[in-house]
Design a protein around this ligand. Structure first.
Ligand code: ACO
Length: 324
């Protein structure tokens, strides 16, 4: 018995910020942002739009594709670093908005690797008897972006990606997975305040501690290594060679990290899903966003081998191999 993707849907807010906007607020250039990160523009939420709003829109699309009503959902898992609030979980907020009742709902915090960690949890649930699990990577990263920090503010965008996983006896679905973390890197990428260590105060607000802090080039080095390692471990566990992969779907953090990962695996870039140019880094939402686009464009179809790899705050990293 396997866990297979029965439906997928995504949501991005309509407002777009292009690189020219950042030239007006920080000392940068469109050329620098494009060559150092691969990003041209990103979608951003406005006003009171929250992560659960994007999640709701994406969920409805995924449920429609899977031909499932909210009443049929057995569990909701939301991977996010930007929940609507600390509690209740965004999964519970979403459960209420969808009108799904009497089910388990909870969030997962694993930074940009959150979507793949959630896939791993769902796989375990499905193998233990669940069916019809709705899971998401959903983020409003721009709500925790420090727009005075020139080294990171241009990177982030907002999006949600929802997937319905079901069980099947067919030869498709999740074939293998690999998960890792190393908390000793925690200080390289974090949001320092707002938790029990440093609760919100005038001081933490004045010091911009409720926003993303990142030592970009340190993160970069570990990301390149960890993404490659994750991919190779997932492939090895399924006894699949890199050349058999039909599409590599990497977390979209930086085009240079994506290219380095593809190079290490000897996978040509025409077999790699890339949309960072249009969405930036949407953290836990980036893999479903790139996968949905690839499916819609006909780049992959049922039966194809899809390798997903991610890296994020924690640090956490993961690789998941799936037959569509
Ligand atoms: N515009 C112009 N110049 C800039 C800017 C900017 N916006 N920001 C920094 N610079 C300068 C620096 O000051 C530095 O100048 P110097 O050489 O004179 O000192 C130079 O550009 C190079 O800076 P680096 O930080 O070394 O730039 P790098 O090539 O590493 O690119 C980037 C920065 C794009 C942030 C990259 O490090 C990166 O993508 N890191 C990884 C991000 C990532 O993977 N995150 C993980 C997931 S995110 C999450 O979990 C939410």
């Amino acid at each position: 018995m396997k866990t297979y993707l029965a439906g997928i849907g995504t949501s991005v807010p309509p407002k777009i910020l292009d690189n020219a906007y950042f030239e007006t607020i920080i000392d940068t250039s469109d050329e620098w942002i494009r060559t150092r990160s691969g990003i041209r523009e990103r979608h951003v939420v406005e006003g009171t739009t929250a992560t659960s709003d994007l999640a709701l829109d994406a969920s409805r699309k995924a449920l429609a594709q899977a031909n499932i009503e909210p009443k049929d959902i057995e569990a909701i898992i939301v991977a996010t670093a930007t929940p609507d609030m600390y509690f209740p979980s965004t999964a519970c907020v979403l459960q209420n908005k969808l009108g799904a009742r009497n089910i388990m709902s909870f969030d997962i915090a694993a930074g940009c690797t959150g979507f793949l960690y959630a896939v791993g949890v769902v796989d375990t649930f499905i193998k233990s008897g669940y069916d019809n699990v709705l899971m998401l990577g959903a983020e409003c990263l721009t709500k925790i972006t420090d727009y005075t920090d020139r080294s990171s503010c241009f990177l982030f965008g907002d999006a949600a990606g929802a997937v319905v996983f079901k069980k099947t006896e067919e030869d498709r679905g999740i074939l293998s997975s690999y998960f890792a973390s190393d908390g000793s890197y925690g200080d390289l990428l974090n949001m320092p305040a707002g938790g029990s260590l440093r609760p919100a105060s005038h001081e933490t607000v004045d010091q911009h501690l409720h926003t993303i802090r990142m030592l970009g080039n340190e993160v970069f080095k570990v990301a390149v290594r960890a993404m490659g390692e994750s991919a190779l471990k997932a492939l090895e566990r399924a006894n699949v060679a890199p050349e058999q992969v039909d599409l590599l779907v990497p977390h979209q953090a930086n085009i240079r990290i994506i290219e380095a990962t593809a190079k290490r695996l000897h996978i040509p870039m025409d077999k790699v899903a890339v949309n960072i140019d249009r969405y930036g880094n949407t953290s836990a939402a980036s893999i479903p966003l790139a996968l949905d686009e690839a499916i819609q464009k006909g780049r992959v179809k049922q039966g194809d081998l899809v390798l997903m790899v991610a890296f994020g705050a924690g640090f956490t990293w993961s690789g998941v191999l799936m037959r569509l």
